[in-house]
Design a protein around this ligand. Structure first.
Ligand code: URP
Ligand code: ZN
Ligand code: ZN
Length: 461
């Protein structure tokens, strides 16, 4: 395998910032030091660039079957788009059908994922709890390298679970020293509000948001935290969007409970005026939870800066506006939920986080790479720049300016919810497992080159 010497760059990790060269061979970091002068097959002059550990997106849905369709990016196109933006590892989900064996669903999902161009791991969603589920969860943790279990409080009609099932998942995960992750919206209240709106003839996309108000996420968050407290399991709340949820999170954390939060760029940067866009364009923003009113953004940024929210992921789950989202032209309940973001996360968080002084550069590394690696059992192979770590690196030019557009993004989707956003800072080179995958604007990925990453139980810190 080609060896690589990166010279003159400024390394930034969650803890340190210093100038050093990095020597890479056989897919991992072999040496870090000043003026390494080691001969290598290729040299990169990283003068004027930062070097970050490869970003980890701990929440994506590639090729997700939903509402009779499938999310538009498959494992190849989705991970390729990630690579172009500096994401070198993703965590997707196994989502078994009700009554399906978790392990059978895992085998199927791994087959689907084989074409990934970047490394990938999987969370296991527990969508029902049968007589075999505890044993299957044990195998997930002990044999399959899956120490995190996703629960949906929403989507009761398909994959969401009830209280008894939630308790069973949490008790089992606790015994296995695993993490439970939760989508926190009350799954009984939403259909009730949806029905009221539809009965009143309110069918347009903007009513999706009205059917899922922030207080419903607040209730769901408080409930998941309460159940986690009672069972003692570490809990990770996915896609936190609002003040009510942050308040619950902070209260629990300051009481000493082990609970973590994740947010996404769309909740930090967009507000609910997107639902006023004309001609069904607003359907592009139909996701769950929905985009909130502007007031919530400052709370999310503040919680991120204070370390009360630990990670930023994308919940990347694109659907074409024309041909998929338009199935819900006359009924917002039929619009497939989700949007693209995997390629844009780092540039957005750098531009609107670091450059606007809402995050330090080290915090930027922490929330996008190091904390996801630690919480989900991949550290320090991932999320770190140290000898022995996987050679997953982002060599970042802080001066590169771009304007986001669906036309130039690598994701497979006819729209971008960040269309027109100006960014400053972008990767010049992205290296994964020692290979240059994004090379000064050229994507050099290889279908199937990504490896499945079995994970250890996370460090829960
Ligand atoms: O709308 C969304 N977020 N779709 C993906 C599934 C989920 O709830 O995360
Ligand atoms: Zn969700
Ligand atoms: Zn999701």
């Amino acid at each position: 395998m080609e060896s690589l010497l990166i010279e003159n760059g400024e390394i930034v990790t969650a803890l340190d910032q210093f100038h050093a060269d990095i020597f890479i061979e056989n897919g991992s970091i072999q040496a870090i030091g000043a003026d390494l002068s080691i001969s290598a097959d290729r040299k990169i002059d990283a003068q004027g660039h930062y070097i970050f550990p490869g970003a980890i997106d701990a929440h994506v849905h590639l090729e997700l079957p939903v509402m009779g369709t499938v999310s538009a990016d498959d494992f190849e196109t989705g991970t390729a788009a990630g690579m172009a933006g500096g994401t070198t590892t993703i965590i997707d989900f196994v989502t078994p059908d009700r009554n399906q064996s978790l392990l059978e669903a895992l085998r199927e999902r791994k087959k689907v994922a084989e074409k990934a161009v970047s490394d990938y791991a999987l969370h296991m969603a527990v969508t029902w709890f049968g007589p075999q589920t505890a044993k299957e969860m044990e195998r997930c943790v002990r044999v399959e390298g899956i120490p995190s279990f996703k629960t949906f409080l929403a989507y009761k009609e398909t994959i969401g679970i009830g209280d008894q099932e939630l308790i069973a998942v949490m008790k089992t995960a606790k015994a296995l020293e695993a993490m439970v992750t939760s989508h926190c919206e009350n799954g009984d209240l939403i259909p009730e509000l949806q029905k009221q709106l539809i009965d009143a003839g309110k069918t347009a996309p903007k009513y999706h948001a009205q059917s899922r108000p922030s207080f419903i996420e607040g209730e769901g968050t408080h409930k998941a935290i309460t159940f986690a407290k009672a069972t003692g399991v570490p809990l990770y709340i996915v896609h936190v969007t609002c003040q009510e949820a942050v308040e619950s999170l902070i209260k629990a954390r300051t009481s000493g409970q082990t609970v973590y939060g994740e947010t996404c760029p769309q909740y930090l940067l967009l507000d609910d005026r997107v639902y006023e866009k004309p001609d069904f364009q607003s359907a592009a923003y139909v996701m769950s939870p929905p985009i909130r009113s502007k007031g919530h953004q400052a709370t999310l940024w503040g919680a991120l800066k204070a370390g009360q929210i630990q990670t930023v992921a994308t919940d990347h789950c694109p659907f074409q506006l024309h041909g998929q989202k338009d199935k819900g032209k006359d009924d917002f309940r039929k619009i497939p939920n989700g949007a693209a973001g995997i390629e844009n996360r780092l540039a957005l968080m750098y531009t609107y986080g670091v450059l606007e002084e809402k995050l330090t550069l080290k915090q930027f590394v922490e929330v996008n790479s190091t904390r996801p690696a630690q919480l989900f059992g991949m550290y320090p192979k991932k999320g770190a720049i140290c000898v022995g770590a996987d050679a997953d690196l982002v060599i970042w030019n802080p001066d590169t300016e771009n304007t986001i557009s669906a036309k130039t993004c690598h994701h497979r989707c006819d729209t971008s919810i960040f269309e027109g956003f100006r960014t400053k800072g972008a990767p010049t080179w992205v290296i994964a497992n020692g290979k240059v995958q994004w090379d000064e604007g050229n994507l050099k990925v290889e279908k199937g080159a990504g490896r499945y990453i079995p994970r250890a139980p996370g460090s829960s810190i």
